[in-house]
Design a protein around this ligand. Structure first.
Ligand code: ADP
Length: 493
């Protein structure tokens, strides 16, 4: 199959979250399966050194009656994957990806719609006829609408199917309705079934109805999207789709995340007790300035500092842990300055046990995964989550909330540890400080009192595999099914 991936971020180039991991690892897996895959993304200014010498293909792209633009598509490669980048300096020649560090760019609907329309025009001009156009979250979702509406009579795309993957349904791009006419959405689609949402234009909501297939990144999240609690306000839309949302668990890129070969680590290790993991623990404590001790459990967190990740639940828990329990905490994250301020305060109060590193640091994220004993993910919602998957591979037991992909990837140990032969971590259910505290204390007790069970759980965890081969195969099946079915007739919806 010829598969076009349209993405706003790609791991190794720009990344703000798990979408980037998928936009790199899935094409890699599909190419290994023999498919002809191309990725197209914006030529962000911060990536200048990558694309400025690449050959360019000029295009004139019409977004709507009012908007026609000259753009360049730069043609190159990223770690062996064919990559095209859309150069349009009024849109992408700025420092940020989605925002200026404080506020989202107001013209985001337009910038990313231009990416989508250019991607399709570029296929036409190159005479490269995609079987599948795979889009990711709201920034590329408009390609599904354009295919179904702007190109519905175009024989070039007659056989092309569109897929929209939801990596995080909370980000929908709601914007004032006037953007509609600039990005080529006819007013007749500004209705409650399509793009209208409480008087605004909602790009994810509208575009999703025009995708031939909608997927998301775990079976658990696919179910949650259909519920009032988990659908981010769009549960009725998800429920009304012609085909149900398919949940395909993200794979893990084990070329990057494997403690046996990980070059970010001071020592590689294959089992939790071959000495390597302890070396990493001591080195991590040294790196972040905590007292070195192999006995004290070290708990880690790596995430964007946003409400979704449940850090506001962990802050009061951390205060209790610091007062009454002998453990260390290392947190790496950036985002909400209010949460960062509270974490700074904890560090000031408990400087011998609590470390907060405010920033984005890939190397340190690997060393935290390797050097900690446990990894905490108290997410309010979590479409898939990658860090718990990495944690498993590094023998760092995940403690997660029972939600979305976390529920699908961690097997919680029971109160009596009578499932120690299969369990891989710890889980709590309620969105409450008490529930998280209870489970954390239970985990610390197990660490101290039952090293044999802890070791068994580490072995189980390290043996888990969530590889891209199997996820890639499921995407391949999804594409094939869509190609066999007649095209979804959106106008009848
Ligand atoms: P989300 O996509 O919601 O941010 P995921 O768990 O799916 O959450 O993916 C997050 C990815 O981003 C992981 O690869 C994680 O290691 C990485 N990451 C998040 N914050 C940081 C940070 N501050 N420094 C380094 N890597 C980070």
């Amino acid at each position: 199959m010829k598969i076009l991936m349209i993405a706003s971020e790609v791991d190794g180039l720009v990344k703000t979250g798990g979408l980037a991991d998928v936009a790199y690892a899935l094409p890699k897996a599909l190419m290994a399966m023999g498919h002809d895959v191309k990725i197209i993304m914006p030529a962000y200014q911060r990536l200048n050194e990558h694309w400025q010498d690449w050959p360019s293909q000029p295009l004139n792209v019409q977004l709507s009656y009012f908007e026609q633009h000259d753009v360049n598509v730069r043609l190159g490669a990223h770690r062996g994957l064919p990559l095209a980048m859309v150069e349009h300096s009024p849109s992408f020649g700025r420092d940020g990806i989605y925002d200026d560090g404080h506020h989202a760019y107001v013209d985001n609907p337009y910038r990313f719609s231009l990416l989508c329309k250019t991607a399709l025009e570029w296929c036409k001009q190159s005479q490269w006829q995609p079987d599948v156009v795979h889009t990711h979250d709201w920034p590329s979702a408009m390609a599904c609408f354009y295919l179904a509406e702007h190109y519905k009579a175009d024989p070039f795309f007659a056989k092309t199917r569109s897929v929209l993957s939801i990596h995080n349904g909370a980000y929908q791009m709601k914007c004032p309705s006037h953007w509609g006419e600039r990005i080529g959405i006819n007013n007749r689609f500004f209705n409650a079934t399509d793009f209208e949402d409480c008087g605004d234009l909602n790009i994810l909501k509208g575009a999703m109805g025009f995708a031939d297939g909608v997927t998301t990144v775990s079976p658990g999240y696919a179910k949650e999207l259909m519920t009032m609690l988990g659908g981010h306000g769009l549960h009725e839309k998800y429920a009304s789709l012609a085909l149900p949302v398919q949940g395909i668990l993200n794979g893990c890129d084990y070329d990057q995340w494997n403690p046996e070969v990980d070059t970010w680590l001071p020592a590689q290790f294959a089992t939790p007790n071959d000495g390597g993991k302890q070396t990493n623990k001591l080195a991590l404590q040294d790196e972040v300035g905590l007292p070195q001790s192999t006995d004290k459990p070290v708990l880690g967190i790596i995430c964007r500092l946003v409400d979704q990740k449940g850090i506001h639940l962990f802050i009061p828990v951390a205060k209790e842990l610091m007062k009454y329990h002998d453990c260390q905490v290392v947190i790496l994250g950036s985002g909400d300055p209010l949460l960062a301020g509270q974490l700074d305060q904890l560090q000031a109060n408990y400087s011998d046990r609590f470390r907060f590193i405010n920033g984005y640091d890939v190397g340190l994220s690997h060393r935290i995964e390797a050097g900690c004993d446990a990894f905490i993910m108290p997410s309010i919602f979590e479409p898939c989550g990658l860090n718990q998957i990495y944690s498993l591979r590094y023998g760092t037991l995940p403690l997660v909330r029972c939600v979305g992909g976390l529920k699908d990837t961690v097997v919680p140990v029971t109160d009596l540890a009578d499932n120690a032969d299969v369990a891989t971590g710890f889980m709590f259910e309620d969105i409450s400080v008490d529930a998280l505290l209870w489970e954390t204390v239970r985990m610390l007790a197990l660490y101290k009192e039952r090293p044999d069970v802890w070791r068994q759980l580490q072995d189980n965890a390290m043996a888990q595999r969530f590889d891209w081969e199997s996820s890639g195969k499921q995407y391949e099946d999804c594409y094939q099914r869509l190609l066999q079915d007649p095209k979804t007739s959106h106008n009848l919806l």
